[in-house]
Design a binder for this molecule. Structure first.
Ligand code: HT7
Ligand code: ZN
Length: 852
């Protein structure tokens, strides 16, 4: 058994007080010297061997207290027997050699476009030097970097620099996963920020020469994040400099290394010509997320990797609050719930389901999941609802006071809430320890009376089995409810009901008429709500609900019902749905961004999940066709208004990526997509030519591709942007995403044969292979050809970059939804991957879990 178990946790037997690192950089032979000032950990009695992690390191020298020591590393590290260690403090010195240029896994120290950079979370530091690579070992780091690059960066404050060298000191003890080093020919976009207590902080975004003009939005986002964290959480920045570096080859979005955040260039560089509105918003959110980690993750870190949600769930929750404050809470909540359902519900309802705090893993990189991040954030939202805004603030203040400088656990986190609010959270804690999406069934009863009627809402919860967790207890589920009268007036404002038992009833008295309930307002808990209501009632809520989330949700549920009936029974497009949605789209009192979201039909994957959930076997081709017919019908319904609406949504003047203008563009482009279904592409071609920003240009292109056109626009796009990796990723992606199901495999083969397709760059790989699996009807083509193609590429990528290959294998996680033929084909591909000689631990764990 190669798994690691939470129950086996023990504190490390030694403490590291200070680390001194020297790097002599060379692409194929970088020398890393480390001096570790250590002592026995008083929390562990007796004398213990010293075990240091280390992978792929060539040991050159080893000294203890200045004397050479003889020890031979194994594949995973180095052990120094207790007998060789003094009973008190000691200094251990190592020198190793590594080859950053040969590092294609992008973990540890590697090279990207001639630039050195690091990625140490979760267990990458062990590829740099021998060290106790675990988050509960926190030490001060002093780093000297020597190399011929003009810019040499590391964590903390700069201590001096000269030609070919620089020194950095980080005064805050940190775990090794927050270590970072960057060296290369970089240019800074600089600014300053003065904190609430008057500390002057130098801000820099470091980029490749030529990218300096793409940093303004990122810089504004840093300053907004700093100001927000001071104002809302009372958290100030704590170093003299805050550096961000943009790197092209990066496994994920960004990394919160202390004082030196490293970003995938896709997640920080933006100009109106190169990035869409959604990307601008995403960049702002990711910059905030990484910045917020400075307190929730860095100052207070995780005791072990099982506690990952301690920093990730909280930091996602904080970035969602931030974006809601800046861009509007209603739209932000809808977007977050869309993402939660698309990724986390999908995960929680399949073979990869795991608790937000898992209790075992084989490869920790496989647990940076939607469950840990997004469900982890939902749990915090529920906690806040249960204890109230004041209780939340008291708990967070206590958390920062009590645990600053520590490596904490979920138990510590819950204890803080208990101590600050007096609430017993033992039942609530099941949200952390039990996997699966609870289902809540709703029953209504109404009894009229002379002094007002009584309305009774009965809620019944069910917690379905998940891998390794066949039975579970009832959860504490906050269900926010409001009641409307038949005129659409709110007669009971939002009230949070606490469902704690398997079945519970809640009474509302003194009502003049039978109310219409609006349940789970704001999506107050990450559950599946089962409420049998008529199409008329849904249409009523779509027209009248005073809770914007539930208003959108009513439309969404209606769309799914209509689409399901079209797919399963060949029903025609419902008039109710058409007129209800059209009314909302026309309603000028509503935020354009909200109207645009309401126009977005459920995705094909979402429909497949919905049908499977209702006991049907989803037919991907039928879903694709029905969804197309639904769009056609909406286009026909709104036809006379589309040009006028687009015009009304124009955003004259200089480009702004703020929520207001972005929402107007979203609505205008949603209208353009419909118009394109009616006019043979005339409007979209004109819009493509007239576009002055990437949002409008890409929307026009996608509108054309969706109806099987856009060849010449694709060529023009390529001509304009062929030298730009980030923009060309979009060009690759849209062609795959919008290929007709029969043409998908050929499209991918054509694109991967191009010289500018490379597996070495995760963004480019994801642009094509991520789109391959996101093209639902094409990926699930009955031939199974797309399954085979993806499996081939995952096997190839795994040999170079296991982490990204493993993440992308989740394309297969829904395989049990489909018919026997498709299941058999996917199972065959998963087995083929599993049997590949030399398969990584990362991908082996994922396919093993998917096969069950
Ligand atoms: N804490 C980071 C998670 C992470 C990561 C980032 C980049 C490359 C590899 C990585 N492995 C884990 C990012 C975050 O949640 O903020
Ligand atoms: Zn994070």
């Amino acid at each position: 058994d190669t798994a690691v178990y939470l129950r086996d946790y023990q504190p490390f037997a030694h403490c590291v007080d200070q680390v001194e690192l020297t790097f002599r950089l060379a692409p194929n032979s970088t020398r890393v010297s480390a001096r570790l000032h250590m002592r026995p950990n008083p929390a562990r009695e007796g004398r213990h061997d010293l075990r240091l992690d280390g992978e792929g390191l060539r040991l050159i020298a080893l000294m203890l207290d200045g004397r050479p020591l003889d020890a031979t590393p194994d594949d995973n590290g180095l052990t120094i027997p207790a007998a060789d260690l003094p009973g008190g403090p000691f200094v251990l010195e190592t020198e190793v050699e590594i080859a950053p240029e040969a590092n294609t896994a992008l973990e540890g120290l590697y090279m990207s476009n001639g630039m050195y950079c690091t990625q140490c979370e979760a267990e990458g530091f062990r590829k740099i030097t021998f060290y106790p690579d675990r988050p509960d070992v926190m030490a001060r780091f002093r780093v000297r970097v020597e190399g011929d690059a003009p810019v040499l960066l590391s964590n903390g404050n700069p201590m001096g620099a000269g030609p070919g060298w620089a020194e950095w000191d980080d005064p805050w003890p940190k775990p090794a996963y927050l270590f970072a080093l960057v060296a290369g020919d970089l240019r800074a976009h600089g600014d300053t920020y003065t904190t609430a207590s008057g500390r002057q902080v130098a801000l820099n975004i470091w980029v490749r020469p030529g990218d300096e003009h793409r940093c303004q939005w990122g810089m504004d986002s840093i300053k907004r994040s700093m100001e927000w964290d001071e104002r809302v959480y009372g958290r100030e920045y704590d170093l003299d400099v805050f550096n961000i570096v943009a790197v092209d080859d990066f496994n994920m979005g960004a990394m919160e290394n202390k004082g030196l955040n490293i970003f995938n260039s896709k997640c920080v560089l933006a100009t109106p010509e190169t990035m869409t509105d959604d990307e601008f918003a995403r960049i702002e959110g990711i910059i905030a997320h990484e910045y917020f980690h400075n307190w929730t993750g860095n100052r207070i870190t995780c005791r072990d990797w099982f506690q990952l949600c301690l920093k990730e769930g909280l930091t996602v929750y904080r970035d969602q609050q931030f974006s809601g404050d800046l861009r509007g809470h209603a739209v932000k909540r809808i977007e977050d719930v869309l993402a939660l359902r698309a990724r986390q519900f999908r995960e929680d309802q399949g073979p990869l389901a795991h608790p937000v705090r898992p209790d075992s893993f084989v490869e920790i990189n496989n647990f940076y999941t939607a469950t840990v991040y997004e469900k982890g954030a939902e749990i915090i939202g529920m906690l806040k609802l249960l204890v109230g805004d004041d209780g939340y603030q008291r708990a967070l203040d206590l958390y920062f006071n009590r645990h600053d400088g520590q490596a904490a656990t979920i138990e510590d986190w819950l204890k803080v809430f208990e101590d600050a609010t007096g609430r017993d959270l033992s039942q609530f804690s099941r949200w952390y320890f039990e996997a699966g999406t609870p289902r809540v069934k709703v029953y209504e009863a109404w009894s009229p009376g002379a002094e007002g009627g009584v309305y009774t809402l009965t809620l019944a919860q069910e917690n379905p089995p998940t891998p390794d967790q066949p039975t579970k207890g009832a959860k504490v589920i906050p269900v926010a409810v409001g009641l409307l009268n038949p005129n659409g007036d709110e007669v009971v404002p939002t009230t949070v009901l606490e469902l704690t038992k398997p079945v519970e009833s809640f009474r509302f008295e003194g009502l003049a008429t039978r109310p219409v309930p609006s349940i789970l307002r704001g999506f107050s808990a990450p559950v599946v709500l089962e409420h049998d209501i008529s199409t008329e009632t849904r249409a009523f809520l779509l027209a009248h609900d005073t809770d914007p989330f539930n208003r959108w949700e009513a439309g969404r549920a209606l769309s799914k019902e209509v689409l399901a009936a079209m797919v399963a029974q060949g029903a025609p497009v419902s008039r109710h749905w058409l007129s209800g949605l059209a009314r909302l789209v026309r309603d000028e009192s509503l935020d354009p961004a909200f109207r645009a979201l309401a126009m977005r039909l459920p995705s094909e994957d979402d429909m497949a999940a919905t049908l499977a959930d209702a006991g049907h076997v989803p037919d991907p081709a039928a879903i694709h066709d029905a969804r197309g017919r639904m769009s056609d019908a909406l286009a026909a319904e709104l036809a006379p208004e589309l040009p006028g609406l687009r015009e009304a949504m124009a955003t004259p003047g200089p480009f702004s990526a703020e929520a207001g203008p972005a929402g107007r563009r979203a609505l205008a482009n949603a209208c353009l997509a419909l118009q394109t279904r009616l006019d043979g592409g005339t409007a979209a071609r004109a819009a493509f030519d007239a576009a002055t920003n990437m949002t409008d240009r890409l929307s026009a292109l996608v509108s054309l591709l969706t109806v099987g056109q856009g060849r010449s626009q694709l060529a023009a796009f390529e001509h304009d942007w062929q030298g730009d990796r980030l923009v060309m990723d979009k060009w690759f992606s849209v062609q795959v995403l919008h290929a007709l199901p029969d043409a998908l495999v050929d499209t991918v083969n054509r694109l991967t044969a191009r010289p500018d397709f490379t597996m070495g760059n995760p963004n480019r790989f994801r642009a094509v292979m991520g789109a391959l699996s996101a093209n639902h009807a094409g990926f699930h083509h009955a031939s199974g050809a797309a399954y085979r193609l993806l499996a081939d590429w995952l096997i190839r990528l795994d040999a170079k970059n296991p982490q990204t290959a493993a993440r992308m294998s989740t394309a297969f996680e829904t395989w049990r939804r489909y018919d026997a033929g498709r299941q058999e084909r996917i199972r065959a591909e998963l087995s083929r991957i599993a049997q590949t000689p030399g398969l990584s631990r990362d991908l082996a764990e994922m396919v093993g879990r998917m096969l069950g």
